[in-house]
Design a protein around this ligand. Sequence first.
Ligand code: HEC
Length: 109
Amino acid sequence: MPFPLFKLAHVIRIVSVVLLFCVANANAARSGDALYNSYCIACHMNGVAGAPKLGNKADWQPRIDKGMDVLLKDAMSGFRAMPPKGLCFDCTEDELRSAIQYMIDNSQK
Ligand code: HEC
C-alpha cells in the first residue's frame, strides 16, 4: 500500500473511533444531578416565578403528594410558569424523571 493511502486509512480509523465514542455518549442518559445543575437550577434554586426550591420540603411536599406520574407529565408539557421540559428540550422522559427525583430526594428535610 502506498504510504499516503496507509495514512488516510489510519486517520479514518481514528475518526471513526472518536465518532463512535460521541454517539455512545449521546445515548447514555444524563444523571438527574447533572441535569438539575444545567437546567432546573436556573429557577428551582431560588424559586423563580414560584418554582419549588431545591431543599425546601414545604415547597416540595404538596408536589410530591401529586405523585411522580403527574409531576413528570407536568414537567414534560409545562405547568403554569414551568416551561415544557424545564427548557431541556433534548431531555428524554427518563432523564426528566431523574431530574425530578433528584430534586425530591434533596428536598425531604
Ligand atoms: C424557567 C424556570 C424553570 C425552569 C428552568 C425549570 N422549572 Fe420546573 N417549575 C418552574 C415553576 C415556576 C414551577 C411552579 C409552577 C406552578 O406551580 O405554578 C415549576 C414546577 C415544577 C414541577 C412541579 C410541577 C407540579 O405538577 O407541581 C416540577 C416536577 C418541575 N418544575 C420540574 C423541573 C425540572 C425537572 C426542570 C429541569 C429539567 C425544571 N423544572 C426547570 C420553573 C422552572
